[in-house]
Design a protein around this ligand. Structure first.
Ligand SMILES: [Zn+2]
Length: 249
């Protein structure tokens, strides 16, 4: 069966001199691996396509009996040249992709995750000085988009406006905020989020990645958000950062 698939190239490996395997992420199929025979030499069929962070329209053939997917040809739609040349941008982009690969829950929801990743890569590519917090914001938005977003403005128990109290306690397992008066009623691991941190998380949910660069984030908010998100991702997605990659726990 043949189809056309728009996909982001995540990784390319060569084998048998002229052949390649390509790890791809598409809004329709999620993450998958396909073979490109003659991929290393065929300039005609894969001109400039087989490099990480390229967005390519591939003609794809799936052989259900063997369970293999083959790339027949590709046309380049977008590239991210600065990402590949600038070590700092590259590191942040790789971090986002590692998280996506670890957290990704299959084809369902891929369309949304694809759009978010593309916007994040565009922000990393285009910004004159990309915020070092982009990978953190990407993880937060991915986790929140998968249905784990806590209500960030009111106490889950009494409904008090937590901004008026200067912040609240986030109970990680229930994904709920409790105000100071209701703090004793929460269970399990929790972290304090001051008002500026709650504002940052709210903005990360509402704004696009291109707008994240403009967010002012204090050191305290960065530490609070980072700590909350690590616990959140560990509990809800079962992932922890370990020696340069995300590991299932
Ligand atoms: Zn309360």
């Amino acid at each position: 069966m043949e189809s056309t698939e728009k996909a982001l190239v995540l990784k390319v490996g060569r084998f048998r001199e002229v052949d390649a395997w390509v790890r791809l992420f598409s809004p329709r199929k999620g993450i998958f691996t396909a073979f490109a025979f003659g991929g290393s030499v065929s300039r005609r069929r894969f001109l400039g396509c087989l490099d990480p962070f390229n967005v390519v329209n591939f003609k794809v053939k799936h052989e259900a009996a063997k369970g293999y997917t083959y790339l027949l040809e590709g046309s380049l739609m977008a590239a991210h040249p600065r990402l590949r040349q600038d070590v700092e941008r590259l590191g942040m982009a790789v971090n986002c992709i590692k998280f996506l690969e670890a957290a990704h829950l299959g084809a369902t929801g891929s369309e949304h995750a694809f759009d978010l990743l593309m916007e994040t890569l565009d922000a990393l590519e285009q910004a004159e000085q990309p915020s070092r917090l982009l990978p953190l914001f990407f993880r937060a938005r991915m986790a929140f988009d998968q249905g784990f977003k806590p209500e960030l403005s009111h106490c889950a128990r009494c409904g008090a406006d937590v901004a008026l109290q200067g912040g609240a306690q986030l109970f990680v397992e229930q994904g709920k905020l409790h105000c100071g008066d209701c703090r004793q009623w929460g269970h399990g691991a929790s972290v304090r989020l001051s008002s500026p941190s709650l504002d940052v998380l709210q903005a990360v949910c509402e704004l696009s990645p291109l707008q994240w660069a403009g967010l002012a984030v204090s050191n305290q908010a960065r530490m609070e958000c980072g700590r909350a998100l690590d616990l959140f991702v560990e509990y809800h997605l079962g992932l922890t950062w370990d020696h340069g990659s995300f590991r299932r726990i």
